[in-house]
Design a protein around this ligand. Structure first.
Ligand code: C5P
Length: 400
């Protein structure tokens, strides 16, 4: 990690003192850490301590002539591999969500072209407040990675989620971001991931689709790329920004998705996360269908079956990827259905998830990994963590 550096923004929360330990730990791993200390942060740790521990100048003021002469804020925000906000206070996250730029920390977050990792820490009520949760959802949609806080006793005497995660967990997360893909366990391997919904046109303005957000598929593509795989993400329409570091193919319909997957072959890995529409209108109209009813009521919608992409790729002769993973989104009897699906689709693994709650569009997921020789159940976790777990198991399957 000796050629890697992070820009650490230390916000004004009691957990700020733990970011000092973080800089020490990162230093031991060879990561260079430059810090921005917010005015609130200065109430908890001093610039002198931060500077002594990092061996670097500490930046604080947006309009400081010395700071700007040393390194302008735009350059500061970009001459790093990763921007980490730790602790990320409710205030800093709200500013970043709104795109405010009224101090050095918020301006840096708006100006950077580097990935951003936020590590929240705050009182449980502040964490659970709809405004904070709304901001976190938006930040994640904007491509910011927001870690889940720990649950436990707080400095303020209350108990619940909002504690800064263990420093070792934050360090691992940062090192994971900084890991060079070319050294990863999947380097030299290719992967195709499908994500999001498909849209099947009824007429030029209407379509059949579903609630898939694409979050899980994008997270899996990112996790595989971080382990070094050369990833092609084939995505239906989503609100997620196009991820960097991979090939990206935008499609609308199931037929287009199958076509794009086939064009991406040969591939070592295929992960079919997309919620593909099973049916499409038989004859989409070229002109907008009039909203009129007949004496028999509404006109009937006639549908034809879409290709089953997972099944098609699983049964390819010659070009079948070595590992084919499907998803089973069920609302009941999840694992039994998944076992059946494994056989019907002809894939190697099925990731079974219960979508009866808020999984579709939500940020968490609880999965069971169903293979021919057994089932592994994972606890409920963030979709990014689900993706990392799955990518790790995919990498292990190529080792054996
Ligand atoms: O049969 P079901 O739709 O429940 O199967 C889900 C799995 O099959 C997912 O992996 C999904 O991406 C894939 N699938 C597909 N093409 C379809 C329907 C589902 O690839 N037309």
């Amino acid at each position: 990690m000796s050629d890697k550096s992070i820009l650490l923004i230390i916000g004004g929360g009691i957990a700020a003192y733990k970011s000092l330990e973080l800089t020490r730990e990162l230093g031991r791993s060879g990561v260079r850490t430059r810090c921005i200390l917010t005015n609130g942060g200065k109430e908890f740790v001093t610039p002198l301590t931060v500077s002594a521990l990092t061996g670097e100048k500490v930046f604080s003021e947006l309009f400081d002539l010395d700071d700007e002469a040393d390194m302008g804020h735009i350059q500061l925000s970009r001459s790093t591999d990763l921007v980490v906000v730790c602790p990320a206070t409710a205030d800093l996250m709200a500013k970043a969500t709104a795109g405010l730029a009224n101090d050095l920390a918020s301006t840096t977050l708006l100006a950077t072209d580097k990935p951003v990792l936020m590590v929240p820490a705050m009182n449980v009520r502040m964490w659970e407040h709809p405004a904070t949760q709304r901001n976190i959802r938006q930040l994640r949609l904007d491509g910011v990675e927001v870690m889940e806080p720990d649950v436990g006793d707080m400095a303020c005497g209350e108990f619940g989620p909002g504690r800064l995660p263990e420093v070792s967990r934050i360090k691992d997360e940062i090192l994971d971001h900084l890991a060079r893909p070319e050294d990863g366990p999947l380097s030299g391997k290719t992967a195709i991931v499908t994500a999001g919904p498909t849209r099947e046109a009824l007429d030029p303005v209407r379509y059949i689709s579903n609630h898939s957000s694409g979050k899980q598929g994008y997270a899996i593509a990112t996790a595989l790329a971080r382990l070094g795989a050369d990833v092609t993400l084939v995505s239906g329409p989503t609100a997620i920004p196009q991820p960097s570091g991979m090939n990206f193919v935008q499609i609308e319909t199931a037929v287009e998705m199958l076509d794009a997957v086939k064009k991406g072959l040969p591939s070592d890995i295929f992960v079919s996360v997309a919620a593909v529409a099973d049916w499409r209108p038989a004859e989409p109209s070229d002109i907008k269908i009039k909203a009129k009813t007949t004496k028999d009521g509404l006109g009937a919608l006639s549908l034809v079956e879409n290709p089953d992409i997972l099944k098609t790729i699983s049964h390819l002769k010659g070009k079948r990827p070595k590992l084919v993973v499907g998803f089973a989104a069920e609302t009941n009897d999840v694992e039994n259905h998944a076992q059946g699906k494994l056989e019907r689709k002809g894939c190697d693994w099925i990731v079974a998830n219960d979508v009866s709650g808020d999984v579709m569009g939500g940020s968490e997921n609880e999965i069971a990994l169903v293979k021919r020789d057994g089932i592994e159940r994972l606890p409920r976790m963030d979709k990014a963590a689900v993706a990392q777990n799955l990518a790790k198991r995919i990498a292990e399957s190529f080792e054996s």
